[in-house]
Design a protein around this ligand. Structure first.
Ligand SMILES: NC(=O)CC[C@H](N)C(=O)O
Length: 349
């Protein structure tokens, strides 16, 4: 059966409709990593987006429990050149079918990515044999991906990290559990008072889907919590900390989504190859006259990749140090956070 993805620019790409769900709407973005489709599909940061994979063969190494970043597939739809079955019980197509996620294969992903790079990431509709309009828009979906209750991970004695969950990836929590921490994941809107009642020694402000500017109502709370304890913000968490301390955010023409984005530490000159997944960025000029200073920059486009608070132990990264998928060399961020916590600053202590 044939199917089509139509971009808001009017461009259409035809392919083979692979699953029974007939319709998907969402922002169409592209991921450039050669591997990691399971991690991408289950990363809550992609919730509501239609993801095009630029690597032409997707599904060929099956699925493993350990590679899922959350319990379910999060993306709204999938665009691939070749959907490869692996002939085993862990078949990507079967899983997408069971999850009700529409998939188009035989898409000319190279042309599609050219279109997105020219016109920008944009709203799109995937359909087969039905008419569909472009109604709807990207809305804030944090509530749908954040935990509704406190969830504890690990029981390490290094300290207690409270994670404000804007759509956290499992491997981000795991990175701190591996460093001997107990991590409690709490709803994104948990007040500073309730966070304090959990007696944290550090705060993790997580990744997540959507436009951080839609979360203005929560910025005062994020700032209050961050100023009280050593804090690490990753991706959405980094963007929210930046907004909370007075920086500005803009939408990129097309996001950074892949496993080979080079990032330079401007203090040491060291360059890491990083995993990334974002469509918004902190504007570099807006750092001036805020308490945040630039710590990391993107080697390709010089965009802001991370900050340090000038006086408080607050560290943030636009990239994903937990990788999953991608190279692990930026894991040093978690070691630095560990060190910040061990040096210990807690305004309530
Ligand atoms: N991975 C993330 O946390 C993404 C943050 C934000 N939704 C963006 O696209 O920029």
């Amino acid at each position: 059966m044939t199917g089509t993805v139509t971009l808001q620019s009017g461009q259409q790409f035809n392919g083979t409709w692979e699953t029974s769900a007939r319709l998907a709407k969402g922002e169409v973005v592209f991921f450039t990593g050669m591997t990691g489709y399971q991690e991408v599909l289950t990363d809550p940061s992609y919730a509501g987006q239609i993801v095009a994979f630029t690597y032409p063969l997707i599904g060929q190494y099956g699925l493993t429990d350990a590679a899922s970043e959350s319990a379910d597939i999060q993306v709204a739809g999938v665009l691939v050149q070749t959907l490869a079955g692996n002939g085993a019980a862990t078949d990507l197509k079967d899983w997408l079918e069971q999850s009700g996620v529409p998939v188009l294969s035989d898409i000319d992903t190279r042309s599609l990515v050219h279109a997105l790079r020219e016109h920008g990431d944009q709203w799109g509709v995937m359909t087969s044999e039905i008419e569909a309009s472009f109604d709807g828009d990207l809305h804030q979906i944090t509530e749908t991906v954040s935990t509704s209750e406190h969830v504890r991970h690990g029981d390490g004695a290094s300290g207690h990290i409270v994670c404000l969950d804007f759509g956290v990836k499992a491997s981000m929590v795991q990175a701190m559990v591996e460093r001997g921490y107990t991590v409690t994941v709490v709803p994104f809107d948990t007040t500073a008072e309730k966070v304090q009642a959990l007696a944290p020694t550090g705060i993790l402000v997580s990744n997540g889907p959507g436009d951080p500017r839609d979360l203005v109502d929560y910025l005062d709370n994020v700032r209050e919590v961050a100023l009280a304890y050593p804090t690490l913000g990753i991706c959405m968490g980094h963007q929210l900390l930046a907004l909370a301390f007075g920086c500005e955010i803009e939408k990129q023409t097309y996001g950074h989504r892949g496993s080979n984005h080079p990032v330079r530490n401007v203090q040491t000159g060291e360059v890491w190859m990083t995993s990334q997944n974002h469509g918004y960025v902190v504007t570099r000029d807006s750092l001036e006259e805020t308490p945040l200073e630039l710590l990391f920059e993107n080697v390709n486009d010089l965009s802001v990749e991370g900050t340090l608070h000038r006086t408080a132990p607050i560290l943030s990264a636009q990239f994903h140090p937990e990788a999953s998928p991608g190279p692990k060399e930026a894991q040093a961020i978690f070691d630095r956070f560990d060190k910040m916590i061990q040096q210990g600053v807690n305004v309530y202590a």
